[in-house]
Design a protein around this ligand. Structure first.
Ligand code: SF4
Length: 332
């Protein structure tokens, strides 16, 4: 799973390099103070977000993945069951509830969505109703399902794939993703593009990078592969593994005076998105794509109910939204 930020060069500073600064998961999911949901550790009222309108519904397909990247925001790896696989019958009622609420797009993340057996059926169903956006590593799980993915081009709404290609350097990409992953991802990108799907790239950032230079290196590789050079990039910071704490400042109500109006808060994903997460046999609605490791962001069993909940900006990843305008959504 990946995330985009408007300005990321200093975002890596959000994550501590020191294991000593990590706070165990148990401290994240139990109160740190007498009322840690509404008050900061210093006892100040927390900043919060009230939702506007559901524009985008994310569906978490499950944390199983064919790869085991150590930096994964979701802690995904082969056979992982922290979040079980979503089925079409799980997702269907929420797809219809979202349509009734005027949703504009369905988006999917994992794990690797194509590892999940029912995912292509969910994608088929969703793209009958709205444009879809899929985060994928575009390696074997996708390549083995070409015969199922290709017919989706004929559905009424388009499907946009955002493929993770961490660095414009095969050895560096493969170091964490496994030998051959870089070339496999390029094969997937090339195939998706050649069939007529929209494709963009999710990449990682270096603190001292010059984005134009990095992206020129990608374009040189795309030329070698016959992939168009105009593919959009989104770059993301290190957001930590699930249950981690990066020591980011807490967001108070006074901090939120920086965003006094509804329009100025519109870049917080929780104003316009929700994410479905399977918990055991049930599907729950979480505030956004970044907080599925904290049960306080479980906003209920229906989308309508979830949009009525006030969201306190307690999770350490909320600071990325506050400071950098983080968004998982598709680039324009
Ligand atoms: S990380 Fe926090 S601020 Fe950002 S969208 Fe999610 S709940 Fe909202």
């Amino acid at each position: 799973m990946t995330i985009a930020v408007r300005s990321f060069s200093s975002a890596r500073g959000l994550a501590s390099d020191s294991p000593a600064r990590k706070i165990p998961v148990v401290e994240i999911i139990t109160p740190r103070a007498s009322d840690s949901w509404t008050l900061t550790r210093a006892g100040e009222p927390r900043g919060y977000i009230d939702a506007h309108q559901l524009r985008e519904l994310w569906i978490h397909t499950g944390t199983a993945c064919n790869l085991a990247c150590p930096f994964c925001l979701e802690g995904s790896h082969p056979g992982d069951g922290r979040i079980p696989g979503m089925t079409l019958s799980d997702a269907k009622p929420f797809i219809h509830e979202a349509l009734d609420m005027g949703v504009g797009q369905f988006s999917f993340t994992g794990g690797e969505p194509f590892v999940i057996r029912d995912f292509v059926h969910i994608l088929d169903y969703a793209s009958q109703h709205r444009p879809c956006f899929v985060l994928t590593n575009a390696t074997d799980p996708l390549l083995k399902r070409k015969h199922q993915v290709l017919p989706l081009l004929n559905n009424p709404y388009p499907i946009h794939f955002r493929v993770s290609l961490d660095f414009p350097d095969a050895a560096r990409h493969d170091k964490d993703r496994g030998d051959g992953s870089f070339n496999k991802a390029l094969e997937g990108i090339q195939w998706l593009h050649d069939q007529g799907f929209k494709v963009s790239i999710a990449r990682q950032t270096d603190a001292d990078e010059v984005p134009a230079e990095v992206e020129a290196q990608y374009r040189a590789i795309f030329r070698q592969w016959g992939i168009p050079e105009h593919l959009a990039f989104t770059a993301f910071p290190d957001l930590g593994v699930p249950g981690s704490e990066d020591g980011s400042p807490e967001i108070t109500q006074s901090c939120m005076e920086k965003y006094p109006t509804r329009d100025s808060r519109a870049h917080f994903m929780c104003t316009y998105t929700r994410m479905l997460v399977k918990k055991g046999d049930q599907v729950r609605v979480y505030a956004c794509t970044l907080v599925d490791d904290d049960p306080d962001y479980d906003l209920g069993g229906t989308l309508k109910e979830s949009m009525e909940q006030r969201i306190m900006l307690r999770h350490h990843r909320c600071f990325a939204c506050y400071r950098f305008g983080a968004s998982c959504s598709a680039p324009a």
